[in-house]
Design a protein around this ligand. Structure first.
Ligand code: AMP
Length: 281
């Protein structure tokens, strides 16, 4: 497995893979790899024969008060996990390498980035779209894999790829969960034992929404309110939102439709968790 942090070297490695006729896959991550990330590497491997994982805690997607500096960075462990998962190349760029002095260009995806995470973290998706487009330009992958865990993020990347004619196939892989249903996240390590117990309320609230809708509930507001109430009941959980939205546009729904997605975000102390579930009627 190659480990490269310099962009010129990366371009050379990609050129070499390309000249061998390889189909290139890319899995962008911020590291602190868990089984969710590993499942993306495997999904990528099934679609490509040269798998590039990127590990970069991207500063432009964090607001000043967020956890950029304390975000876990266990690089040696991550490289072991990537190697075990059959990754061919890990790109570990530096902040200075990707955003040198004078950097001024950002990508804004309108619409899909406005509600929920976009409303609560106003510069977040600009940072995400910018880094992902930069990584696409550097790696030039045929296929890129993202997790359904960050549902609004994958919808935004799909929108950007379509709008800007980026020649990459976007794949969304399912969310990997702990035994009790909690979505795996690099941020779960921040949770205290008590908070870890309460965190299951996110997954429960999504299942509750699905049950209500499957039972024929047509009042979407009532379903969203029930999700919120369920989150509020859990000790130490402060919900940010609980929404039923359209899976493509992420706009909140006013009536049930055949395909929907329920999304929740909540804070447990200083840790913020998100989760979602697609619901089909
Ligand atoms: P991150 O390192 O948190 O930026 O995540 C990198 C990629 O892994 C994103 O596409 C995430 O959606 C995806 N991911 C994060 N958690 C999970 C999970 N539990 N299951 C599947 N994919 C995930």
């Amino acid at each position: 497995m190659q480990v490269i942090s310099e962009t010129g070297e990366l371009r050379e490695a990609i050129k070499a893979a390309r000249s061998q006729g390889k189909r290139i896959g890319c899995v962008p991550t911020m590291g602190a790899l868990h089984a969710g990330h590993v499942s993306l590497f495997h999904a990528c491997r099934s679609q490509a024969n040269f798998v590039v994982a990127t590990i970069f805690v991207n500063p432009t997607q964090f607001a000043p008060h967020e956890d950029f500096s304390k975000y876990p960075r266990p690089l040696e462990k991550d490289l072991e996990a990537a190697k075990l998962a059959g990754v061919d190349l890990v790109f570990t760029p530096t902040k200075e390498g990707l955003y040198p002095e004078g950097y001024s260009t950002y990508v804004t995806v309108e619409g899909v980035s406005a509600p929920m995470e976009g409303a609560l973290r106003p510069t977040h998706f600009r940072g995400v779209a910018t880094i992902v487009l930069k990584l696409f330009n550097l790696v030039q992958p045929d296929v890129a894999v993202f997790g359904a865990k960050d549902y609004q993020q994958q919808a935004l990347i799909r929108r950007m790829v379509k709008d800007l004619d980026v020649p990459v196939e976007v794949i969304t892989a399912p969310t990997m969960r702990e035994h009790d249903g909690l979505a795996m996240s690099s941020r779960n390590v921040y949770l205290s034992a008590e908070q870890r117990k309460s965190a299951i309320a996110l997954w429960e609230s999504l299942n509750l929404a699905e049950d209500r809708l499957h039972d024929g509930e047509t009042d979407i507001q009532a379903v969203a309110a029930a999700m919120l109430q369920h989150l509020q009941k859990a000790a130490g959980v402060v919900p940010d939102y609980a929404v039923i939205a359209d899976p493509q546009t992420l706009q909140e729904l006013t009536a049930p439709q055949p395909r929907m997605v329920a999304l929740v975000a909540a804070r447990l102390g200083t840790t913020r968790l998100i989760d979602n579930k697609e619901i089909a009627l």
